[in-house]
Design a protein around this ligand. Structure first.
Ligand SMILES: NC(=O)c1ccc[n+]([C@@H]2O[C@H](COP(=O)([O-])OP(=O)(O)OC[C@H]3O[C@@H](n4cnc5c(N)ncnc54)[C@H](O)[C@@H]3O)[C@@H](O)[C@H]2O)c1
Ligand SMILES: O=c1ccn([C@@H]2O[C@H](COP(=O)(O)OP(=O)(O)O[C@H]3O[C@H](CO)[C@@H](O)[C@H](O)[C@H]3O)[C@@H](O)[C@H]2O)c(=O)[nH]1
Length: 663
């Protein structure tokens, strides 16, 4: 271990001795060998190694370089010039993160690369591949530029320290594009000073650790590309959620493919939630930066901190060591999911006792030690993160010979499955234990509102269980999920081949009223505001967003206020006319024109992304639906969003998780 601690990382050309491998063997050559190496190696950490290493480095380095410069001091990175940043992975993290960094650092070029040509084409065009409230305007701003009356900020303030360029003016400047999307991976990597790793890290589906371990293939591929093409001294930032100790693996892979060349590795986990990604990125609770305890480690971390400091108070930036940074992401997700499973377990008790889970959640949430968030009972959490990150944590714990820790977190997933199963089985039970000849309507496929992400939707498992009862039709309506995405997800059901073909039992319907017509039961599976039968406090917004208001910021200057001027205040209640992501209409008018779509563009008129945003936000008329469904008008509320009295008044039989039946 001391080999690494002693590495002279302060010279960009110095050879970095790699960590000693426990079995003493050389690194594998082929990608598949490398993949198994990554998975075997990451979990072969001895508990003593995992805990002692940062301490050893700290102790050693304190002796070598005491005191190390402050990461939060802007001058610490004075000799680190970041002119070009590359984000690998144009997904839910890479795209929005790059866009916000570009927006706030107009003197830095930011290029997002991906091997998926379709995705890159979408990012370059009018139909972004992911939907996030407010994102489109920000991408337009940074990607296309504006044609205001002033010279570009980058021309005017070229010698200002990074991140301070925007603060200088209170007029609308013109702005050259500084956000790019490309499939030219090698060239982009080669010209970058900093690389953000934002590739997918799903659960391994086969082989060692299948179903639990993290599949490191995408990380490995990206790191190999970096090793082959990046300049010596390039800063590598882990944005992906990875198992603890991945920084060490990355170092080993780099050393294997590019022996002797030094790269600095930072861990900077992303905490954004889908549906609120723009708000989360603009005003994160904290930014964690894990680095090595060396002079160059601190300089690298300070360079990253300077980028964030363009819009985030330095007090919200938390420096730490790499392993803590990696682990805190898994731990945060596990604890959030654990709260949901906890309240869901209580919901089952409520149904049998007559208690109301909403009342219980409200009462316990008022204890400030517990807090109100993530206590909404429902038919289980979904999304691409919680399940796989808890699986990764349990696998890590097992690998560290901590079976009790593993089974503790495993219970969170078991409770989630239990909740989903009992919701689906209750539907079948209420419909007399048979779905033959019946139509079931599913309102909402996305795992949560305000996103079109169809991955890991808990709806899929409900559909799987319902399909075993051979319903005549399952009609699915979601205001934002695209038909092709839902079909792709449904295709993973083992017994689902052909089910979504014409005349198959599963229909994806673009009209909510058609989806509900003649239905024997309506299942509300996403908490879209449009499904609610009460007036939502904040309606679903698409182009408009729920961004917090900033004191002293007009819509036009909100992005140019230095954070010291912009004080965060609570959003006004009731909400004002929604702002267009904070970029005022005057700036919006200055936006350079968007690329045109070809006349044959399928997305221009398609369901999902092409849909008119005003139509999406239009609330459902439950009265109209009550007249078109079959008696006895069953509604199963999997998200606890429907007002029972209103539904009963319309003649529905409402079943809500965590409450006794209402009919
Ligand atoms: N989705 C979220 O809300 C969220 C939030 C925080 C953290 N994360 C984490 O961030 C990471 C990315 O998540 P995501 O949802 O953005 O994933 P994603 O699947 O949407 O995007 C990943 C992209 O990386 C690309 N890619 C993979 N290997 C590549 C390579 N070698 N070169 C170029 N491109 C490559 C893929 O083609 C894909 O487009 C994951 O580790 C995830 O756990 C996700
Ligand atoms: O009280 C609650 C809160 C959420 N959910 C469900 O939990 C799932 C996840 O919701 P949320 O956490 O809001 O969305 P994600 O986009 O999955 O974000 C989580 O996962 C991301 C990826 O790691 C992290 O960055 C975020 O911090 C973390 O909140 C969804 O199905 C929600 O419906 C509930 O059932 N009850």
């Amino acid at each position: 271990m001391s080999v690494w601690a002693e590495a002279s990382l302060d010279s960009p050309t110095a050879r970095t001795p790699s960590l000693e491998r426990s079995n003493g063997s050389s690194l594998p050559d082929t990608p598949s060998e490398m993949s198994s190496y990554l998975n075997a190696e990451v979990y072969s950490i001895k508990p003593t190694d995992a805990m002692a290493l940062p301490l050893q480095i700290n102790t050693r380095q304190r002796a070598l370089h005491a005191p190390l410069p402050d990461i939060l001091d802007p001058n610490t990175a004075a000799n680190v010039r970041i002119r070009h940043i590359c984000a690998i992975g144009a997904g839910y993290v890479g795209g929005p993160t790059a866009a916000i960094i570009a927006l706030h650092n107009s003197n830095v070029k930011v290029t997002v690369i991906d091997q998926d040509e379709r995705r890159i084409k979408s990012w370059r065009g009018r139909h972004l591949p992911i939907h996030e409230p407010g994102l489109e305007r920000i991408v337009r701003f940074a990607r296309d530029g504006t044609n205001g009356s002033m010279d570009t900020i980058s021309e005017q303030h070229q010698d200002l320290p990074m991140g301070q360029a925007q603060a200088g003016s209170d007029r609308n400047p013109s702005r050259r594009p500084n956000l790019f999307f490309s499939t030219a991976c090698a060239e982009t990597i080669a010209s970058s000073d900093m690389i953000l790793l934002a590739v997918n890290t799903p659960t391994k589906m086969h082989g060692v650790g299948a179903g639990r371990a993290t599949d490191m293939a995408a990380i490995e591929g990206a790191v190999r590309d970096i090793a082959l093409h990046a300049k010596p001294g390039t800063l590598l930032v882990e944005k992906s959620t990875v198992p603890c100790k991945t920084g060490q693996l990355i170092k080993d892979v780099l050393e294997a493919y590019r022996p002797g060349v030094v790269f600095q590795i930072l861990s900077n986990p992303e905490f954004l939630s889908e549906g609120t990604a723009v708000r989360d990125l603009l005003q994160p609770d904290r930014v964690i930066i894990g680095c090595e305890s060396t002079l160059s480690g601190h300089r690298a971390a300070a360079a990253l901190a300077n980028l964030y400091a363009a819009w985030i108070p330095r007090s919200n930036i938390i420096p730490t060591n790499i392993w803590s940074a990696e682990l805190c992401k898994l731990a945060a997700n596990a604890m959030l999911a654990q709260r949901i499973s906890s309240i869901n377990s209580i919901s089952a008790v409520c149904e049998r006792t007559g208690a109301d889970v909403n009342e219980v959640a409200r009462s316990i949430g008022m204890d400030p030690r517990i807090g109100t968030q993530f206590l909404k009972a429902g038919f289980g959490f979904g999304g691409s993160c919680f399940r796989k990150d808890i699986a990764s944590l349990t696998y890590l714990a097992e690998s560290l010979a901590l079976p009790e820790v593993a089974s503790y977190w495993q219970a969170v997933l078991i409770m989630n499955d239990f909740q989903r199963d009992r919701f689906a089985r209750n539907v079948i039970s209420r419909l007399n234990n048979t779905l033959r000849g019946k139509k079931i309507t599913i309102l909402g496929y996305a795992f949560k509102k305000n996103t079109g992400d169809a991955r890991e939707s808990p709806a899929l498992d409900v559909i799987r269980i319902l399909m075993q009862e051979h319903p005549h039709t399952i009609a699915i309506f979601d205001p934002l999920c695209s038909e092709s995405d839902v079909k792709r997800e449904l295709a993973v059901l083992d017994d689902c081949r052909g089910l979504v073909q014409p005349n198959g039992p599963i229909e994806i319907v673009t009209d909510s009223y058609l989806a509900c017509a003649d239905s024997n039961a309506i299942l509300v599976l996403t908490d879209w505001d449009m499904f609610k039968n009460t007036k939502p406090a904040t309606p679903d917004k698409f182009e408009a967003t729920e961004l917090p208001q900033l004191d002293g910021a007009t819509p036009a200057n909100i992005f140019r206020l230095p954070h010291s001027v912009a004080r965060v205040t609570k959003p006004p209640s009731p909400p004002q006319t929604p702002k267009m992501t904070g970029i005022g209409t005057d700036l919006a008018e200055d936006l350079m024109s968007e690329p045109e779509c070809p006349p044959s563009c399928e997305e221009c008129g398609s369901f999902g992304f092409g849909k008119d945003s005003r139509e999406i936000g239009h609330p459902l008329d439950w009265h109209r639906i009550s007249r078109s469904v079959k008696e006895p008008r069953w509604v199963f509320d999997g998200r606890g969003i429907l007002d029972a009295r209103v539904m009963l008044g319309l003649g529905f039989r409402l079943e809500t998780l965590g409450r006794q039946s209402m009919w």
